[in-house]
Ligand binder design. Structure first.
Ligand code: ZN
Length: 419
């Protein structure tokens, strides 16, 4: 017979509200209090120490690995079995809120407290952890700590990454005292579960607090540099121009047309960086650079979208007599989460009487890295205000946070008792 636990809602909420004070700032754009806790800054260090305090108070054994990931263990009856791992991140973007990442970490700590209160001993060890530099804002590579743990990024490469001031990950880990000595290629868990806010509107639109995440969609980042020819704006005939700016602008419009066409599934295309260099009012632009961010929940649609865009740009370049160079910045395929773990989460939500929907994740998460080493799935929690995130408007209500954490707690309990 399956045991059921309920987390302490007030205690979880109090932890979330306490941690958001660390790195708090006043956001001019929204007039709201926000959180700015970039990885390995003083604010991040203080938040790390607070979480470690909470872990120790819950009677957990804490260790830090060589990329600064922190894990806390609650022992099971058979220490020889692989553990069940919960986790997420506590670093934020520069304009962050109180829930992104922290819900999964503080929720995981709350699960441990709840098991203590109930006097439950599980068969397997349970661990809760947080990963270094998930956001990628400071050192330019997102999901850094989990990617190192999963073996996708070598430790020495990660430690040499620099921020805008030239400070390295390795030096900053030492400076804040989180240069641990545990092996970054940690023991393989039995399963990994991550509870995270949705950061989108799907759950709220469906009227549910809970999402069972099917996987993370494919992401493609490319930088396009267009080289044309500078020429006089008043005297150069239109037909004689090699206008790099015009070509770049056409790519922006085509990217949107592709999304609207429906030919590429649920494609999302964004040109977030567009630069004409030292543009002059009366000179035809000789160079333009732009970034193209493509997202797609289906790999074949992503491939088709990339191929179409490449063809379109080739034809455009020929027509306007410009040179184009592509630079690949990032590419990840669709990461499907483990079907049996998804089903276990769904059964857990059913038993708790919590309605849910199944959905793909639009954003990247540590779980997509950890899924390379063990069975992995995620629980999403609905947000209010359209699910906005990476802004102080980010908000999930106490009930939704607690319901998501209840699903996490009971799913972990089931996994930790699996022989
Ligand atoms: Zn996050």
């Amino acid at each position: 017979m399956t045991r059921t636990v309920r987390i302490n809602r007030d205690r979880l909420w109090a932890s979330l509200m306490e941690l958001k004070q660390i790195g708090a700032y006043h956001d001019q754009a929204t007039g709201l209090p926000g959180v700015r806790r970039l990885a390995l800054t003083d604010a991040d260090a203080e938040a790390r120490r607070r979480c470690v305090d909470w872990m120790l108070q819950a009677g957990l054994t804490v260790r830090v690995d060589r990329i600064g990931n922190v894990y806390a263990t609650r022992p099971g009856r058979d220490r020889s079995l692989p553990c069940v791992l919960m986790g997420s991140h506590i670093d934020t973007v520069a304009t962050g809120g109180a829930f992104d990442g922290t819900l999964g970490v503080l929720g995981g700590i709350e699960v441990m407290r709840t098991l203590n209160d109930a006097g439950i001993q599980t068969l397997r060890d349970i661990e809760v952890g947080f990963f270094t530099e998930e956001e990628g804002v400071r050192f330019g590579t997102d999901m850094l700590g989990s990617a190192v743990t999963a073996g996708r990024i070598p430790l020495d490469h990660a430690c040499k990454l620099t921020d805008a001031d030239g400070k390295t990950v390795g030096d900053e880990l030492i400076r804040i005292g989180f240069d641990g000595d545990a092996d970054e290629r940690r023991p393989i868990p039995h399963a990994y579960l991550e509870c995270h806010i949705e950061q989108g509107p799907i759950l709220a639109d469906a009227g549910v607090d809970i999402g069972i995440v099917q996987g993370v969609q494919s992401i493609s980042w490319q930088r396009l540099t267009v080289r044309g020819e500078a020429a006089h704006a008043g005297t150069t005939p239109i037909a004689a121009r090699h206008d790099a700016g015009l070509v770049a602008a056409s790519v922006v419009v085509e990217a949107r047309r592709m999304c609207d066409s429906g030919d590429f599934g649920q494609l999302r295309a964004t040109v977030g960086n567009f630069d004409l260099g030292a543009g002059q009012t009366n000179v035809v632009p000789h160079q333009a650079t732009l970034t193209i961010d493509l997202r797609n929940p289906a790999d074949d649609h992503m491939t088709a979208a990339e191929q179409h865009l490449a063809c379109y740009v080739d034809q455009l370049a020929a027509r306007h007599g410009v040179q184009v160079a592509w630079e690949r910045m990032a590419k990840t395929a669709v990461v499907p989460f483990h079907p049996a773990i998804q089903d276990l989460l769904a059964a857990t939500a059913d038993d708790l009487g919590l309605p849910y929907v199944r959905a793909m994740s639009g954003a990247g998460h540590d779980a997509q890295e950890i899924s390379a080493i063990c069975p992995t799935a995620m629980v999403f929690v609905a947000g209010e205000n359209g699910g906005f995130s990476h802004t102080p408007r980010e908000y999930s209500n106490p009930g939704a946070c607690a319901n998501g954490t209840d699903v996490l707690a009971n799913a972990v309990l089931r996994l930790a008792d699996q022989p």
